[in-house]
Design a protein around this ligand. Structure first.
Ligand SMILES: Nc1ncnc2c1ncn2[C@@H]1O[C@H](COP(=O)(O)OP(=O)(O)O)[C@@H](O)[C@H]1O
Ligand SMILES: [Mg+2]
Length: 267
C-alpha cells in the first residue's frame, strides 16, 4: 500500500441541536477513513447523515471537535489559517449548485483566472492562454471565457466549476452532489468528464452523493454514512454485492426497488 493521500482518524464534528436547546448533535461521529492518491471514494447515505459536514471538515471548512486530518502524513487538524494556506490549493471543492458558486458579475474567464493569479501559478501574460487551456480540458470552447454565469447552462457551469478547481492542480477534490441538479443526459457527461480528468491527472476525489447508481459508476470504493457514522466502507462492487450492514442492504433495496428511474450512463 502506498502512503495514503488523506487520512481521517476518529473525526468528530458537533453542532448545536436545533431541536434541543443547549443540546448538540454529532454530525460526524468518530469517522476514520483513508483516500489513496488517484482514488475516488464515494460517500453515500441519506440526507442529514453527515456527508457534507465530513467533506467540508476534511478541507477544514468546519472545525472538528476531535480526531485528526492528515494530508500526505501532515497533520492539518490544528494548523492556523496562515499555516494552512499553502495546503489549501491541494484540496478543492466542487458544489452542487454551480450558479451560486460563481460571481454573477464576473465572466467565466475572470473566475477561472482569479485563483491562478492568487496562487501565482502563471504570469499575467500567460493568463488568457492558460484559461483557454483549462476550458478546453473541461470541454468548453475558449470563447466561453467572455460569458457570464447566467449565459451558461447548468452543465456548462459545472464544467467551468470543475475547470476552476483543476486549474490549481489539486491532489484531492471534494465533490458534493456535483451532478445531482443536472438533467440525466448532462449528468452522464459530467460523470464521464470527472472520470477522464481523474484518470488523466491521478487526482483523488471524495465524491459525495445520495445517488447510489452514480456512486457505483464512478467510485473505486464506497463509504456508507448513517447518523454521522461510517457504517461500512469497501470496494464498490463488494458494497453492492455483499453489503455488511442491514442499513446498507436497506439503502440498496430502495435502489433496486425504485421504479422508472433512468440510470443509463453511457461508458
Ligand atoms: N452548519 C451547520 N450548523 C448546524 N447544524 C448543521 C450544519 N451543517 C449540518 N448540520 C447538521 O448536521 C447533520 C449532518 O448534515 P449534513 O452534513 O449536511 O448531511 P448530508 O450532507 O449527509 O445531507 C444534519 O443533522 C444537519 O442538520
Ligand atoms: Mg449534503
Amino acid at each position: 500500500m502506498p502512503e495514503p493521500l488523506l487520512q481521517v482518524e476518529n473525526l468528530l464534528v458537533r453542532f448545536a441541536d436545533p431541536h434541543r436547546p443547549g443540546g448538540e448533535l454529532r454530525a460526524v461521529d468518530g469517522v476514520s477513513l483513508t483516500v489513496q492518491p488517484g482514488e475516488i471514494l464515494g460517500l453515500v447515505g441519506e440526507s442529514g447523515s453527515g456527508k457534507t459536514t465530513l467533506g467540508k471538515t476534511v478541507l477544514r471548512l468546519h472545525e472538528p471537535a476531535g480526531g485528526r486530518i492528515l494530508l500526505r502524513g501532515l497533520d492539518l487538524t490544528h494548523l492556523s489559517e496562515a499555516a494552512l494556506r499553502p495546503h489549501r490549493r491541494a484540496m478543492q471543492m466542487v458544489f452542487q449548485d454551480p450558479l451560486s458558486s460563481f460571481n454573477p458579475r464576473q465572466t467565466i474567464g475572470t473566475a477561472v483566472a482569479t485563483p491562478l493569479k492568487l496562487h501565482r501559478l502563471c504570469t499575467r501574460a500567460e493568463l488568457p492562454e492558460r484559461v483557454a487551456q483549462i476550458l478546453d480540458e473541461v470541454g468548453l470552447p475558449a470563447a466561453f471565457a467572455e460569458r457570464y454565469p447566467h449565459q451558461m447552462s447548468g452543465g456548462q457551469l459545472q464544467r467551468a466549476a470543475i475547470g476552476r478547481a483543476l486549474a490549481l492542480k489539486p491532489e484531492l477534490i471534494v465533490a458534493d452532489e456535483a451532478v445531482s441538479k443536472l438533467d440525466v443526459s448532462v449528468r452522464a457527461q459530467i460523470l464521464n468528464l470527472l472520470r477522464a480528468v481523474q484518470a488523466r491527472s491521478n487526482l483523488a476525489m471524495i465524491f459525495i452523493t445520495h445517488d447510489l447508481h452514480v456512486a457505483r459508476f464512478l467510485c473505486h470504493r464506497i463509504g456508507v454514512m448513517h447518523f454521522g457514522k461510517l457504517l461500512e466502507i469497501g470496494p464498490t462492487e463488494q458494497v453492492f454485492e455483499a453489503p455488511q450492514h442491514d442499513y446498507t442492504r436497506a439503502l440498496l433495496g430502495t435502489v433496486h426497488g425504485s421504479v422508472a428511474r433512468d440510470v443509463r450512463i453511457p461508458a
